[in-house]
Design a protein around this ligand. Structure first.
Ligand SMILES: O=C(O)CCC(=O)C(=O)O
Ligand SMILES: [Fe+2]
Length: 207
């Protein structure tokens, strides 16, 4: 029945790959912390993994500016999905290789070198990204990042909340255990407003 469906929609806390400390933070960050599961097709996941696995073998992270044509097409899809027409992207893309025991501590990306939007593709292993408000630690959000998903952090989610990738022992999405394996992420960032690619203050390799 239509009525029942609407009620169910209204009472659901959010999509099943985002959970949070309460409805207020979920509502406020609805457009600021976004996950698109299945953004990559299986073939696209394979394209990127094939290109990146050997390229970053033995390294934990790298900046990559030369990509195969197939991967460039994928990155263009990320750009179209996550960034506005007025946003310039950092010229190189950040690729991070986290081993199964690896994790990323809470941090806010440098506001000096990174603009308002961060978009990341996850490959190989699922993981949980936790966002915690820097002033109100009781306000948090967790994003379930399946392989092939795209996450977007912008505005308040990017500036007012730290983000981290949980270590295997803490890798739960609610009650659900999300076992961590090796994870490769591909992260695109916008330049700070007013900083064109050729302007002074050349951004460092990574933010
Ligand atoms: O691996 C990710 O998706 C996030 C990485 C990250 O937060 C960073 O490099 O600043
Ligand atoms: Fe970050």
């Amino acid at each position: 029945m239509a009525g029942t469906g609407l009620l169910a929609l209204r009472t659901l806390p959010g999509p099943s790959w985002v959970r949070g400390s309460g409805p207020s933070v979920l509502n406020r960050l609805r457009d600021a912390a976004v996950v698109q599961p299945g953004f990559l097709s299986t073939a696209e996941e394979e394209t990127l993994s094939r290109e990146l696995e050997p390229a970053i073998h033995g390294f934990r992270e790298t900046e990559k500016s030369r990509w195969s044509e197939a991967s460039r097409a994928i990155l263009q899809r990320v750009q179209a999905a996550a960034f506005g027409p007025g946003q310039t992207l950092l010229s190189s893309v950040h690729v991070l290789d986290l081993e199964a025991r690896g994790y990323i501590k809470p941090h806010v990306d440098s506001i000096k070198f990174c603009g308002a939007t961060i978009a990341g593709l996850s490959l190989l292993s699922p993981s949980v990204m936790r966002l915690v408000h820097t002033q109100e630690p009781g306000e948090w959000l967790e994003l379930l990042l399946e392989p092939g998903s795209l996450y977007i952090l912008r505005g308040s989610a990017r500036y007012d909340f730290s983000h981290e990738i949980l270590r295997d022992e803490e890798s739960f999405f609610g009650e659900r255990r999300i076992p961590r394996g090796r994870r490769i992420s591909v992260i695109c960032r916008s330049l700070p407003d007013g900083m064109g690619p050729g302007e002074s203050g050349q951004p460092p390799a990574a933010c």
